[in-house]
Design a protein around this ligand. Structure first.
Ligand code: ATP
Ligand code: MG
Length: 475
């Protein structure tokens, strides 16, 4: 018999001749959602890797120049591919992790009343001239002209755009405020030295929120609300962070904090006080200061990667664009603003930088692109009889832990040994790797379960695995 005629239950009119050869993993109907009968197989994943030196356009990305762990691991794992200096193709595993990160960010922003918008990347020059940033941001702006000669920049940040947007609403009342508007979009900056992969790109994803309040007191409250949401985000990701006082830079305003992940590769120098909670970016402090301005204790230093930045802006932008509202006395008053950035792609790379080992990627559990990797026995091996048990295990997991639908991959490259597939799985950092080894032939079958977070390896039955995985949180 050459093949088996398989009829899809959901789409009975669809009958396919499924070749016997592909049987273990290929009963899948394109029209059904992933689940019973449809399994994600690793052999079909698009994961280009191992570019040769001469194939890489950017010097920074040449294998011999890789100085940064996250960049190296992401290139080796087929998670990103260089396109041009500071610009990367984000490949399927990275996009999955990023989509999860954006979902966590959405939850945190919406929990404090954030409303998601999406503004154009093409930003008209006249808005940027109005704030003088057309000149001030000099070479950092990527500028272009349309066919009518009108000038634009590709948005590096959106204070101008969002303030003009709110200012266009002429009948706002204090009763409608605050507005917390945010977006997750690509940002463009002609960085003098793009490097370290996604850590410093010329095109990258940022979550930027802009807040509009009716008084300075209300705006300060909003400021601390957003800072708290950032703390909650990093805590949920399991990332140790420092909230440091910071310089306001070209964005302007009166108060600012940076959220930093302490790690040696970081480009920011931070001072922290071990005795009280004070910490600051070193550039904000007097160069001679060695004692804590809060408690006078001695300061220590550490390097950090800036993953988030908050600014209290006051009326710096609202006064230029006349973003105003009617106050309780019916008079027009300028909105008090704040702006708050999170480097979405930078957070992904920075998390890998702090969590990974030299050879193996480690994700914050919530962001792992797939939660589980199943490794069936090698073709032709003694254990090959257990292949079907792995299929059954897959379907049982989905049934008992339905949140894992779409989160389980099957490493169907059964021409490879279990050992080499396990090595690959470690490199990619699945939180759970499950192997059908010798004990899969026992009755009942026992599978070897590697739990990345605890470092434990345990032997469990199908039922034990289902119980373990039922606890896994998926965002
Ligand atoms: P840096 O000092 O690292 O250049 P910045 O202070 O210019 O960053 P902000 O304007 O505060 O950056 O942008 C908000 C967030 O966007 C930053 O906290 C960072 O996480 C992210 N970000 C900024 N520049 C880049 C970049 N070139 N590549 C990736 N992420 C970036
Ligand atoms: Mg900053």
């Amino acid at each position: 018999m050459k093949g088996l005629l398989v009829r899809c239950r959901a789409w009975p009119r669809l009958a396919t001749r499924t070749p016997q050869l592909c049987r273990p993993f290929l009963y899948r109907c394109q029209h059904c959602a992933p689940g019973r009968g449809q399994r994600l197989v690793l052999s079909g994943m698009f994961q280009p890797q191992n570019l040769r030196e001469d194939q890489v356009l950017s010097l920074e990305d040449r294998p011999s120049n890789l100085t940064c762990k996250s960049q190296r691991l992401m290139l080796q794992g087929g998670l990103i591919l260089p396109a041009s200096p500071g610009c990367y193709h984000l490949l399927p595993y990275t996009v999955r992790a990023m989509e999860k990160l954006v979902r966590v960010i959405d939850q945190e922003m919406q929990a404090i009343g954030g409303q998601k918008i999406d503004m154009p990347s093409l930003c008209p020059a006249e808005l940027w001239r109005a704030t003088s940033r057309w000149q001030l941001m000099a070479k950092e702006l990527l500028r272009l002209r349309d066919r009518h000669g009108k000038e634009y920049c590709l948005g590096p940040t959106h204070e101008e755009a969002v303030t003009a947007l709110v200012a266009s609403q002429k009948n706002l009342s204090y009763k409608q405020l605050p507005f917390l508007l945010y977006q997750v979009t690509r940002k463009f900056r002609d960085e003098p030295r793009p490097r370290f992969g996604l850590l410093r790109g010329r095109e990258f994803y940022m979550k930027d929120m802009y807040t509009f309040d009716s008084s300075p007191e209300a705006a300060r409250q909003t400021y601390s609300l957003v800072c708290d949401a950032y703390c909650s985000l990093f805590n949920r990701l399991g990332l140790r962070f420092i909230k440091a006082q910071a310089d306001v830079g070209s964005i302007g305003g009166t108060m600012s904090h940076e959220f930093q992940l302490p790690v040696d590769i970081g480009e920011d120098q931070l001072v922290i006080c071990p005795s009280c909670s004070f910490s600051a970016n070193k550039e904000t402090l007097d160069s001679l200061q060695t004692n804590c301005p809060a408690c006078q204790g001695p300061l220590t230093e550490t390097k950090g990667i800036e993953v988030g930045h908050t600014f209290y802006l006051g009326t710096k932008y609202s006064s230029i664009f006349s973003a105003q509202f009617a106050n309780a006395h019916g008079e027009l008053s300028l909105a008090e603003m704040g702006c708050y950035g999170l480097g979405v792609t930078r957070i992904l790379a920075a998390a890998l930088e702090v969590l990974s080992t030299e050879d193996c990627i480690r994700w914050p559990s919530l962001l792992a692109p797939y939660q589980v990797c199943l490794i069936p026995p090698k073709k032709g091996s003694k254990e090959a009889a257990a292949t079907e048990l792995v299929e059954q295990l897959h379907d049982h997991i989905i049934e008992r832990a339905p949140q894992l639908r779409g989160e389980v991959v099957l490493d169907d490259r059964t021409h490879l040994t279990i050992g080499s597939r396990l090595k690959d799985a470690h490199k990619l950092g699945y939180p759970f790797v499950i192997i059908a080894g010798k004990r899969a032939l026992e009755v009942p079958a026992h599978f070897e379960v590697w739990c990345q977070n605890t470092g434990e390896v345990v032997f469990l039955t199908q039922e034990g695995i289902a119980e373990l995985l039922a606890q896994v949180q998926v965002v």
